[in-house]
Design a protein around this ligand. Sequence first.
Ligand SMILES: [Zn+2]
Ligand SMILES: [Zn+2]
Length: 1015
Amino acid sequence: MFRPLDGQLDHTILETQMLDTWEREGTFALLREKNSGGPRFSFIDGPVTANKSLGVHTAWGRSLKDVYQRYKAMRGYHQRYQNGFDCQGLWIEVGVERELGLNSKREIEEYGLAEFADRCRATVVKSARQLIEGSVRLGMWMDWENSYYTSSDVNIEYIWRFLAVVHERGWLYKGLRATEWCPRCGTSISAHELVGSYIDKEDPSLWVRFPLLDRPGESIVVWTTTPWTLPANVAAAVNPAARYGLRDGEWVAVNRTVNGADADVAFDAVVTGAEMAGWRYRGPFDDLEPGAGVEHRVVTWDEVSLDEGTGIVHIAPGCGTEDFAQSKVHDLPVLVPVDEAGAFYPEYGWLAGLTTTAAARPVVETLRERGLLVRAASIKHRYPECWRCHTPLIFRVTDDWFISVAQVREPMRAANREVEWVPEYLGKRMDDWLVNMSDWNISRRRYYGMPLPFYPCGCGHLNVIGSRRELAERSGSSLEGLRELRRPWIDEVRISCEKCGAHVERIPEVGDVWLDAGIVPFSTLGWQNPVAVRHGFGTGAAAGLTGADLPDHEYWQDWCPADWISEMREQIRLWFYSMLFMSVTLTGVSPYRKVLGYERMLDIRGREMHGSFGNMIQAEDAFDQMGADVMRWIYCAQPPSQDLLFGFEPGHEVKRKLLTLWNSVSFFIQYANLTDFVPSSDAAWPLSQDLDRWIAARTEQFAAEATEGYEQYLTANVLRAFEAYLDDLSNWYIRRTRPRFWNGDTQALQTLWSCLTMSLRLVAPILPFITDYLWRALTGPAPSVFLADWPAPRPADMALVTDMAQVRKIVSLGHQGRVASRMKVRQPLRSMIVQGADGVAPYLDMIADELRVKSVTIGAVNAEEITVRPNLRVLGPRLGPAITTIRSMLQAGEFTQLPGGRFRVGDIELEPGEVLVDRHGREGWYVASSDGVTIALDLTLDDELRLQARVYDTIHRVNGLRKQTGLDISDRIILSLPHADADLLAHRDWIMAETLAVSLTVSDDEELRLARVEV
Ligand SMILES: [Zn+2]
Ligand SMILES: [Zn+2]
């Protein structure tokens, strides 16, 4: 006996039940045990930032990772299943700052760095627990107890080794750079963090007059949208090739494209930009000390645009990337007016302490008082913001640490060419990023991060420490009391300079978090580690959080490069990039062979999901409302090259499909139990019935399609094939085989059992809960579907699959014909002709039965009529008066059809756009075609056909009544028809057989009546 399915499919209940079963049986452990001697499949998990619970975004990636690990496991692969958490950096710091109500670096320092570090760690611990809970609920199987945490001292040491190598190669430098800077976070933002973080922002748009020193009464007029940068002005740039004109004492470009009307105004004098070079002017804030010390002058710059402003650009090298570049060209002084928090330095007098935003109004007011303001308006433009705290960024010149990319760029590009990207265009995106990448800014002026091991000495030597042991040696201490390789504790360790022996301190900066994640293929796999250390990874801040080992180098060789990794497309400039950078530097090759990338997740209306839009969906809510299998279906059905629009609505459609699967299994169990059917798991495919042979072959076809989809890392193809298969199985095989199930035909039962158990295995990686539940119901005491083997391909009759697809197409055309001609399904029809599908010849009875047509024949469909009318709007102008003749010839059918939809009428050829064509069946016929198959359905009715339609109606009504009155499917009845239906007695035997009636009479009653025969 098979265990009957629970009455209703409730995903949440079923999934909770399966989670308990897996836990109780130790299914995952059994699976790993089973595969421990198998071939290796190396997957490296990209660390998820441990500062939140699971969201539906993260659940997408986690689902894909789980699907492929499960697939590989079912194919016998031995895997590591190591999950990873990203545990340091600004994401975590900003969260803790919010929790504690701290809003500046000063406040963090007052709070205390040790306490702050503890709070950061506590966030990681809490979030890691929540992420694990959410992932388990999603059905993800990972070795959770042995996750890696990037805050581990082992991870930090591996980054130090990388930095030491970079330093040995001469790639490491400290550079004065103008960078995007977040004044709230007090740190620079590097290029890979900036992409996509732009907002529309309204700023002042000012035209400001700079009086010329050697041309009394004349001024140049500059344009700026950042008033706070004017006190740092040192020069004004003009385009040397452009012409500038003087009007009312003011110099502006003549041919500006914006406000181009000015070009018509007469100018008092016109010169080229080149001629203006060297003109000296009085700076707008020369009353302040920094400006007073500068000789302001006009410089030339080819890039000065005439598209906006005045064609003269104000240059403040301390406040802009391009301005800073110009300072190198023209040897200009660099004034940096604001500190790390974006507040003016004390030497800026009355501006001192004001932030860049707060300074805007007093700066504008002062310009107005001094008569320097020509125009003040406002402008809306794209402006970068901090991706963590959403503060608008400023530009600021600062000394940061960089890794030069000059020597690693081409090796990285070469390594990337060896990587197989899915979808393929992502490989090109990566190459674009590598071609354009600038030097890697690796330093952050923050606290909870990987401490950069740089110890610069007054003698000019830069000491770079590559390991904890080296730090101990150089500091002359055992470091025994050092809690973590992290601030504030590490800041107390001094070392002696290897050049001069002086005591030197570490710089206060910490590293870019992408160093933490990029080193993972080395740190977690034991690269160059001589002896494996059991539980050796959980050191420093990760101590006590994980039992992960620190493996040895041999292990690294076994598992690196990864066979496969998968993350969102944005990781091209983040994790994919940092891993590639570090690996090419250390080993010359990519640490991954294959990547599955996917686009963004948006809400159901295509908007970004955002806390403040109120359209964020927590994974927990999605689990409750749709269930994990439904979510996984939605994720896996998504082509990775398109944005996923996620919402609850598409879940209903998926639930409907899963219900079809559920009902198919339920149907099987119901009839198998009626006859005590016992399946044979290694039965040869039964061959005596066409439909059995067909669904067997169709299942083999689905197995091949599904396997290919997984192998190509395109789950969307697996699900597309599954949907089509499920339709064939339930709407064709089961439906058409129903009478055999009623009769307890064991060959039909065996066939259906084999198809169901095979197809469940094929979709199990995507839908782990429902498939394992149904699998167990079908296979009795056998264990989980995940402990079953992947179906091996078997020979099958593929020609039959093709023919049956034609049969279904013909039937579908026939049904369309009934709908189009308003011919109800229960009305039998006399005949149908099929053309273009000779392979269906053996199945004409099946088609006839399905479409309720008396006779189906294969032959030429000549029932088609075509009417062609001239398209007057097009043809009128071309033919002129001749149109009348053409029209009547077309009407009379005097035309020839030409290939490509063209027609010949007399000696004129007409293009497809010049005619209006109607095709229809001859009177009384419906004609339709699709993909080369044409059908013609005879719609003519006679009395006998009408009578038979009424017989079908009656049988339908009787069987409806049987159900309504609660009769069992095998109960016999006594049936009486109303006197109006007396003529139906002509088909007495037929009606009795179809309704299980033992007697059939006609009464004087108006109603149809039936009664159960008591036995
Ligand atoms: Zn910020
Ligand atoms: Zn020194």
